[in-house]
Write a protein that binds this ligand. Structure first.
Ligand code: HAM
Length: 448
C-alpha cells in the first residue's frame, strides 16, 4: 500500500458562499453604516415610517403582483415548495408586493395615507456581474393612498436629497409616463401591429413577447433591434388629457425645485404593476451606466392584491450600486475604530484587567480586552491593528501599587509613540476619558 495515502488525513471540503450572494465584511461596515444612517435621516425628514416584512412570501403574491410575463417571475425567482405543508413560497425578489400585502392585511390605510420605507435583502436568479447579484439589498419607499403628482414629486425629491446627503453627484433622473390601462391597451395594439409588420427583424425573445408583453420589446438590449424599437409607436402619443396633465404637473413641480430630468419615452420598467409616472436614477458605475434606483406609480396594485382600491407610488434603490458610487467617490472603508485596547500580564492580572475594561465601558468607551495571553510586544501589535487610540496596561507590579498605565498608540508605531503614564486604577476611566476628549480638541499633541 502507498505510504503517503495511508498517512494522509482527508481534509473536510472547504465550503464557499453561494454564487452571486456576498458577505459584507467588517471592513465595509463603516460604508454601509454611513449609507444606512443617511437613509434613516432622509426618510425621517419626509415623514416615512419603517416597515419590516418577511423575506419569504407566497409565490402567488409575486406572480399576481409583478406579472406573469416578466423576467423576474418567468426566470429569476427562488421558489420552493415547503416540504412540511406543501405551500409554494418564494424568497422576495422585490418588496413592493410584500409591503402592499402587509398594508392590506393590517388595514394600514384605514385612517388615511401612509408613507412607509424598508431596507433588506432581495433575491433574483440573475447572471452575476458587477452591480448585479443574486442576493442584493434594496432600500425602498412606498407612499400609499395619494393619487396626485405631488406624491410622485415628493418621492423623487427624497431620492435627490439622499444623493446630496451622500455627496453623490452625477446621478441622473429619467422619467416617463405609462398612462392609464386603456391608453396602454390602444398603444399595445399599435405596437403589435408595428412589430408584426417587422416580424422578420424580431429576435426570438421579442417574437415570444409579441402578443404577451410587447411593451417589454422596447426595453430590448439587443443592438440589432435598437433602431426598430426607436421607430416604434410611442406611448406618450396615446395618452389622454388626464394622464398628460398628471405628467406635465409632475414636470412642473420638478422644474420648480430645479431638479433636472430627461424624458425617456422608452422607459417602461420591468414590473407590470406601474401606471402613469415611472422613473429611474442612472449613474456611471465603473464606466457603465447602471440604474441605481427605479420606481413609479402603481395605482392598480392594491386592488390587484385584494385590497380596497388605493393609489400608490414609490421606488427602490439598489444599495450595492450606491455603495459602489460612494467608493468611487473616495469614501473608502475606514479602519474599524475603538477607543482603548487593554493589555495585561497574564492570569494573575486578568481579573483586574477584566474589571478595568468593564469600568471603561461604563464610562462610554469602546474597549477591546486582549484575550489569549502572549508577550506585551505581541499584545501591543494587536492593539495597534485594532485601531484603538490608547492602550491601558495592567501589569503585576503596578497593580500591587493600585495603578495601571495609559499609553498613546499611533498606527504603525505600536507601543513606541506617545508617553506612558501611570494612573491610580480607580481613576483610570476618568483619566482616559479626559485624555481622549483633550486629544479630540488637539489631535496633533497626543498625551499632553
Ligand atoms: P427594480 O427596478 O426591479 O424595482 O429594482 C430597483 C433597483 O434595485 C434597481 O434599480 C437596481 O438598482 C437594484 N437591483 C435590481 N436587481 C438587482 C440585482 N440583481 N443586483 C443588484 N441590484 C439590483 C423594484 O424592485 C420595485 N419594487 C421598485 C418600486 C418600489 N417601485 C415602486 N415602489
Amino acid at each position: 500500500m502507498d505510504r503517503t495515502t495511508q498517512t494522509k488525513k482527508t481534509q473536510p471540503e472547504r465550503l464557499n458562499g453561494v454564487r452571486g450572494m456576498n458577505d459584507v465584511l467588517p471592513a465595509d461596515e463603516p460604508l454601509w453604516r454611513r449609507f444606512e444612517d443617511a437613509v434613516a435621516g432622509t426618510m425621517r425628514a419626509y415623514g416615512y415610517s419603517q416597515i419590516r416584512t418577511p423575506i419569504v412570501e407566497h409565490t402567488r403574491l409575486f406572480v399576481r403582483g409583478i406579472g406573469e410575463v416578466t423576467d423576474i417571475v418567468e426566470k429569476e425567482m427562488y421558489s420552493f415548495t415547503d416540504s412540511l405543508n406543501g405551500e409554494d413560497l418564494t424568497l422576495r425578489p422585490e418588496n413592493t408586493a410584500g409591503v402592499v400585502r402587509a398594508v392590506i392585511e393590517h388595514s394600514l390605510l384605514y385612517d388615511g395615507p401612509k408613507r412607509l420605507w424598508y431596507a433588506g435583502p432581495m433575491f433574483r436568479h440573475e447572471r452575476p456581474q458587477k452591480g448585479r447579484y443574486r442576493q442584493f439589498h434594496q432600500v425602498g419607499a412606498e407612499a400609499l393612498g395619494m393619487a396626485g403628482p405631488d406624491a410622485d414629486a415628493e418621492v423623487i425629491l427624497l431620492c435627490q436629497r439622499l444623493w446630496d446627503e451622500l455627496g453623490l453627484e452625477g446621478v441622473r433622473l429619467e422619467i416617463n409616463s405609462l398612462g392609464a390601462s386603456h391608453e396602454r391597451r390602444a398603444h399595445r395594439e399599435a405596437l403589435i401591429g408595428y412589430f408584426e409588420a417587422h416580424r422578420d427583424a424580431l429576435d426570438a425573445e421579442a417574437q415570444r413577447r409579441l402578443h404577451s408583453n410587447p411593451l417589454r420589446i422596447l426595453d430590448t438590449k439587443n443592438p440589432a433591434m435598437q433602431a426598430l424599437a426607436e421607430q416604434a409607436p410611442r406611448l406618450i402619443d396615446y395618452l389622454g388629457p388626464e394622464s398628460l396633465a398628471h405628467f406635465e404637473r409632475l414636470q412642473g413641480l420638478l422644474r420648480s425645485q430645479n431638479l433636472p430630468f430627461r424624458i425617456n419615452p422608452r422607459l417602461v420598467r420591468g414590473l407590470d404593476y406601474y401606471n402613469l409616472t415611472v422613473f429611474e436614477w442612472v449613474a456611471d458605475v465603473g464606466g457603465t451606466a447602471l440604474t441605481v434606483c427605479g420606481g413609479g406609480r402603481y395605482d392598480p396594485l392594491v386592488e390587484m392584491l385584494g385590497g380596497k382600491p388605493a393609489p400608490a407610488c414609490g421606488f427602490a434603490i439598489g444599495v450595492e450600486r450606491v455603495l459602489e458610487l460612494m467608493r468611487a467617490r473616495g469614501d473608502a472603508a475606514a479602519q474599524p475604530q475603538c477607543d482603548v485596547y487593554v493589555v495585561h500580564q497574564g492570569d494573575e492580572t486578568l481579573d483586574s484587567a477584566l474589571q478595568a475594561a468593564e469600568r471603561l465601558r461604563d464610562a462610554g468607551l469602546d474597549v477591546i480586552l486582549h484575550c489569549g495571553g502572549g508577550s506585551f510586544k505581541s499584545q501591543f501589535k494587536r492593539a495597534d491593528t485594532s485601531g484603538a487610540q490608547l492602550a491601558v496596561i495592567v501589569g503585576a507590579d503596578e497593580l500591587a501599587r493600585g495603578e495601571a498605565s495609559v499609553k498613546w498608540l499611533r498606527s504603525g508605531q505600536a507601543g513606541v509613540a506617545g508617553p506612558q503614564q501611570s494612573v491610580a486604577i480607580d481613576r483610570l476611566a476618568e483619566v482616559v476619558v479626559e485624555a481622549i476628549v483633550a486629544n479630540q480638541d488637539n489631535p496633533e499633541d497626543p498625551g499632553q
